[in-house]
Design a protein. Structure first.
Length: 533
């Protein structure tokens, strides 16, 4: 047993939602209780998650050799771990080793996620000690146009899914003569199998605040809004607390860091509409209206929030900006391939053995992500397909897993990288049911403004049902193809425009599933695991 007179040991237990859902709070309480009894001298710090979700709750102990990890730790394991010498990094069946040296982490390129899981998310001192504010300080030394040029030169593209160059969007806003401009962060992360935005907000909120503040300086904005989905209560609470801390330290408000920049930030919570992940629907919601798509033009960069020029970027895009400014555009641009520069934060979910966050340079193959990082399926059955890019992304068969994760390579293959979500399915999945789900999802989540999306998705469900039932199959297959063309070309936004993507990919790569003879529970007694990690 440790002597309480010895120096206090620092123990990290994640406060991330995923870790909390499997008992991290109870583990932290057990450790604090042991310290309160005086049996052990320890200080419990609640950090973000390292992204190895199959090991949560992951407990890390600071030792002279580095932070030693133990996991997954249950509350009932705590007393035994302490008695075995965990605070000194002692051996134990749950000991994982030096966390930074674990191969799963060590071979990644942690750029946007460099601090997530390492620091106390709400400690201003911890943030600065680990490089925080270096990007903002560098940006404030430059003229706005030079900041925009640096972001453009980095090759940073929107990480929300569209992949539009961030610098071009910022320049459009900068060039607008309007005196009132806004910066809006879209944190309505609604795609199945995605959770990187949430992990940033819960694990390194100051980084997002810093990125939005740099954007404000770059385009001349004085006010910002962070739109977070209501399903993320922990992220909402963390961001609100972080904004309060930032104001106290002069990182938000008037004369930020002694400069001429005045910028403040507000959190707004969405009401659960998937369509508000689309930028114009989000702006409508921010204005207090029903979330419905706006026709373009005009684009939000010219007429956005309240009709004013507005930067709208995803969490990962804005959170990467501080690194670009601190280390320089060239350092970021050197990562990646072709027009896909820098890193992407891939999220492994579904029927996957090792679900979690993998940040690496663009160009890694889908096979490497699923097999080397993901470890194959959780069920142990063969992988049959993976859906990349959310519920409107294509289903790719195993034969296409050597496709590099690159915006243009995926587009050429009839797929999309999107927000970086990868949802894995084993061989028990019914692809006709998955195609039907895409149409059903669109019918449920459509804002209803345009007919191709609102009505087309409903008709799509009906047509797929007739195909599977064997009713005039050839005629209905032709009708489904025509309907997909109409939705792709006639919808106002990507909600209806992309719904045909998963449908067509399922038809192309898994045609036998539409013959009516393949039924999940009839063929396979074990149902596929389709939830996120």
């Amino acid at each position: 047993m440790n002597n309480p007179s010895h120096s206090t040991a620092t123990v990290y237990v994640p406060r991330d939602s995923a870790a909390r859902s499997v008992g991290a709070d109870e583990v932290a309480q057990a450790l604090q209780h042991a310290g309160g009894r005086g049996d052990f001298a320890l200080d419990v710090v609640r950090n973000g998650s390292r992204g190895m979700l199959w090991l949560e709750p992951l407990v890390e102990v600071v030792t002279p050799q580095g932070r030693v990890g133990y996991g997954p730790v249950a509350p009932e394991d705590v007393d035994g771990l302490l008695a075995a010498g965990m605070l000194d990094g002692a051996d134990h069946p749950l000991r994982l080793g030096i966390v930074d040296e674990l191969p799963w982490l060590a071979r990644q390129n942690r750029v946007t996620f460099a601090r997530v899981g390492v620091t106390d998310p709400l400690s201003a001192e911890d943030y600065e000690a680990h490089g925080g504010l270096a990007g903002l300080r560098a940006a404030l030394e430059l003229a706005p146009a030079d900041v925009v040029a640096e972001v453009t030169a980095s090759g940073l593209r929107g990480r929300g899914g569209a992949g539009f160059p961030a610098g071009i969007k910022w320049k459009t806003v900068l060039d607008c003569a309007d005196e009132l401009k806004f910066v809006c962060c879209n944190a309505d992360e609604g795609d199945s199998g995605t959770f990187a935005d949430r992990m940033v907000m819960e694990g390194d909120p100051f980084m997002l605040i810093e990125g939005m503040t740099i954007a404000a300086h770059a385009v001349g904005a004085s006010e910002g809004y962070l739109y977070i989905r209501s399903e993320y209560p922990d992220a909402v609470a963390t961001m609100r607390r972080a904004i309060g801390v930032a104001r106290e330290h002069g990182w938000l408000g008037k004369g930020i860091l002694g400069s001429a920049l005045d910028f403040d930030l507000h959190v707004r919570v969405g009401a659960g509409a998937y369509i508000c992940g689309e930028e114009t629907s989000m702006l409508e919601s921010l204005e207090g209206k029903r979330g419905m798509v706006r026709a373009k033009p005009p684009i939000p960069a010219i007429e956005g929030l309240f009709g004013r020029p507005t930067v709208v970027n995803n969490v990962l895009t804005l959170a990467t900006v501080p690194v670009v400014m601190a280390k320089g555009a060239q350092a970021y641009e050197r990562l990646g391939v072709e027009r896909s520069r820098g890193t992407q934060v891939f999220q492994l979910g579904g029927n996957i053995a090792h679900g979690g966050i993998v940040e690496t340079a663009f160009g890694i193959t889908l096979r490497e992500l699923i097999e080397e990082y993901g470890g194959g399926t959780h069920s142990g059955r063969p992988v049959r397909t993976a859906q990349v890019g959310g519920p409107l992304g294509a289903y790719l068969p195993e034969s296409m897993f050597d496709l590099p994760m690159d915006y243009e390579a995926f587009a050429a293959a009839g797929a999309m990288v999107g927000h970086g979500g990868v949802v894995v399915f084993d061989d028990s999945v019914d692809m006709a049911a998955q195609a039907r789900f895409a149409m059903e999802f669109c019918a449920e989540e459509s804002c209803g403004k345009c007919t191709p999306c609102r009505v087309g998705a409903v008709r799509g469900v009906e047509v797929i049902d007739r195909i599977v039932a064997g009713t005039h199959r050839d005629e209905n297959l032709a009708l489904l193809e025509d309907l997909c063309d109409l939705m792709t070309e006639g919808s106002l936004c990507a909600m209806g425009g992309l719904t045909p993507l998963p449908v067509r990919s399922a038809l192309t790569h898994f045609p036998d599933d539409f013959l009516g003879g393949r039924r999940l529970l009839e063929i396979h007694p074990v149902q596929a695991t389709e939830g996120t990690a």
